[in-house]
Design a protein around this ligand. Structure first.
Ligand SMILES: NC(=O)c1ccc[n+]([C@@H]2O[C@H](COP(=O)([O-])OP(=O)(O)OC[C@H]3O[C@@H](n4cnc5c(N)ncnc54)[C@H](OP(=O)(O)O)[C@@H]3O)[C@@H](O)[C@H]2O)c1
Length: 267
């Protein structure tokens, strides 16, 4: 995989909460940070990174372009603005945040603008987020096979997106699971609780280990240093085939996020 398998998310975190969360994450060992223009926290993420003392070359920073910046004349300039806020010369990965069909900018236009940002050295890799199979195909057609590092999608034990993940695997595109914990919903699940007891682990660790074992990258967020630290330990867990089968059976098309006008027709 060309992207780190474990990072910290920053959605919903603003101001001091964003600074503290990123600072704690870097402190306990995270080296990848996921932000977005629309989160309104790029400056705070940049501030926390600068204060951490961690070398830029050891970090993997992802941002996402917001829909109002998709036009050819805007995307690169908006990314330069993000870089300034993040206090860096480049990001490691830039994603198109939502396909946003009908926002007036054609998919080929924004994908080409994203590829231009990469050619200019503003981002090391490019990718998409919340794209269905058909739109991912169109993105590949626009910028070429092998250019799309990841499709960042909602994916949890309650929403496993088998068709889309199989397609992405076939195309060699990494899957990044966002809201792996279903924003906390899966933490109350009795099946996961039983597996967690067996391994003397937390439900969050079991859920994250499940996604990692399927080959997905994860970016859980937390406002709490102890949760950030314990989530990272999911990397050391191994679930057995029985555990994996029980978690597979939790699928219920439990989608949490599907904003009108931004989301595609899901597969
Ligand atoms: N591309 C997209 O459109 C998109 C959309 C949504 C999210 N994302 C990205 O994905 C990241 C993850 O998603 P998310 O933050 O929405 O949801 P999430 O990671 O599924 O869940 C975060 C929630 O789980 C809680 N939590 C985390 N670890 C815990 C633990 N060990 N024990 C108990 N509770 C725990 C957190 O509460 P505490 O603060 O109390 O720990 C927080 O309320 C985002 O931050 C963002 O970077 C991307």
């Amino acid at each position: 995989m060309s992207i780190p398998s474990f990072g910290v998310g920053t959605f919903r975190l603003t101001g001091q909460a964003a600074i503290d969360s990123v600072r704690n994450a870097l402190d306990v060992g995270y080296r990848a940070v996921d932000t977005a223009q629309i989160y309104g926290n790029e400056a705070e993420v940049g501030q926390a990174i600068a204060a951490s003392g961690v070398k830029r070359s050891e970090l993997f920073v992802t941002t996402k372009i917001w829909t109002e910046n998709y036009a050819k004349g805007k995307l690169v300039a908006s990314l330069r603005d993000s870089l300034q806020k993040l206090r860096t010369d480049y990001v490691d990965l830039t994603l198109i945040h939502w396909p946003a069909p009908g926002n007036g900018v054609a998919l080929a236009e924004y994908m080409e603008a994203l590829a231009e940002a990469k050619a200019l050295g503003l981002t090391r890799q490019i990718g998409v987020s919340n794209f269905n199979i058909e739109l991912t195909r169109q993105a590949i057609a626009a910028v070429g096979k092998g250019e799309i590092a990841t499709n960042q999608i909602e994916l949890s034990p309650y929403l496993q997106s088998h068709k889309l993940t199989a397609f992405l695997k076939e195309q060699g595109i990494a899957v990044t699971s966002y809201m792996t914990l279903a924003y906390g919903k899966v933490l109350k699940d009795p099946v996961l609780a039983k597996i967690a007891d067996k391994h003397q682990a937390t439900v969050a660790q079991v859920t994250l280990a499940w996604a990692l074992q399927l080959g997905y990258a994860v970016i859980p967020s937390s406002t709490k240093r102890e949760n950030l630290a314990s989530n990272l330990l999911a990397r050391n867990m191994t679930l057995d085939a029985g555990d994996m089968a029980q978690i597979a059976a939790l699928e219920r098309n439990g989608r949490e996020v599907s904003p009108e006008g931004l989301a595609p027709a899901w597969d």
